[in-house]
Design a protein around this ligand. Structure first.
Ligand SMILES: [Fe+2]
Ligand SMILES: [Fe+2]
Length: 312
């Protein structure tokens, strides 16, 4: 392994990191952290989609959702495989780690209540994934991930378009429009959370120095809002943010971050909280995380039992 200074100098000259020998200890640590968050997010995201299949109205649309689940598993596989290349025990991560130690965002630990929420998940949250991983795709100094993200980028684009086309059809009826607006009301704010701490609360970012990402959290959050609001405007659905010409940016219509009421499953817009509170909510995770991780474990157990019986 090399020193941070040595690596930073090489990166400034366009160096592409390929193996562990090319990395500094801090670089490897940050890469493992980022890949773990990505892998966990992709993997745990499939469970709420799987559960929401019951709400999908047509066979055609159901097949599309199954294709999306398959894509997300592929994306998780890419990130876990890269972790394995870095010597991380991925069997432990997936099948033995405590549910509380998974690193996915809070939203993935919930269940969706109707088809409008599933489509909104695709139109808004896959869009957040598209922005976050698109940033890695275009800027990362880690060659193996950059190459693998060609596939992920294209597929996330498809997930977003699927959500958009479904929502466009749904808002044509008054009842559908009402459901879509209700879904956007709470899920848009979950989308804001995806981008993490605001820049002014962050220490100087080694991730940016190492080119593990190219844009700051706030830059990506703004890019996502612009894109999401653009789409929502086109179907005349309100987002809880507006353009502020003074700061030249999108700002929320309420004090953000604010409190999430787990039991009522809605935001308390009049109750501001700190980012420490938000991170605390992420750490205690959502109500279905345990159930989702349990499904993974049971799947592995039945696979091993089959294999033990000489079937596989
Ligand atoms: Fe994905
Ligand atoms: Fe996706």
């Amino acid at each position: 392994m090399i020193s941070n200074e040595e690596l930073l100098e090489k990166l400034a000259n366009g160096f592409v990191v390929e193996t562990e020998d090319d990395m500094s200890e801090d670089y490897r640590k940050l890469l493992v952290q980022t890949l773990t968050i990505t892998a966990d997010t992709e993997l745990i995201s499939i469970f709420s989609i799987l559960d929401a299949l019951q709400y999908v109205p047509t066979l055609n649309r159901r097949i599309t959702e199954l294709a999306i689940i398959q894509d997300e598993l592929g994306h998780a596989h890419i990130a876990y495989r890269l972790l394995r290349l870095l010597g991380v025990d991925t069997d432990y991560l997936i099948y033995e780690r405590e549910a509380k130690d998974f690193r996915n965002p809070y939203l993935m630990d919930l269940k969706l209540n109707n088809y409008a929420e599933l489509l909104t998940l695709h139109a808004l949250l896959d869009r957040a994934g598209y922005v976050l991983l698109g940033d890695v795709f275009h800027h990362t100094s880690y060659g193996p991930w950059k190459r693998a993200l060609t596939k992920v980028d294209a597929e996330e684009g498809f997930h977003v378009r699927n959500g958009e086309s479904g929502l466009r059809a749904m808002v044509k009826t008054a009842a559908g429009r009402q459901q879509v607006q209700a879904a956007v009301d709470w899920m848009f704010i979950m989308g804001l959370d995806f981008f993490g701490m605001p820049d002014h609360l962050k220490k100087r970012s080694l991730q940016l120095d190492f080119r593990l990402k190219g844009e700051t959290n706030d830059q990506m959050r703004q890019r996502w809002m612009k894109s999401a609001v653009g789409f929502l405007d086109s179907i005349q659905i309100q987002a809880p943010v507006h353009w502020d010409s003074e700061s030249d940016s999108y700002v929320t219509d309420f004090p953000y971050p604010c409190e999430w009421d787990t039991d009522q499953r809605r935001w308390q817009l009049d109750r501001p909280v700190t980012w420490q509170d938000v991170l605390g909510r992420f750490r205690t995770h959502g109500p279905y995380r345990r159930e989702y991780v349990e499904i993974l474990r049971r799947g592995r157990e039945s696979y091993l039992a089959l294999r033990g019986g000489g079937v596989a």
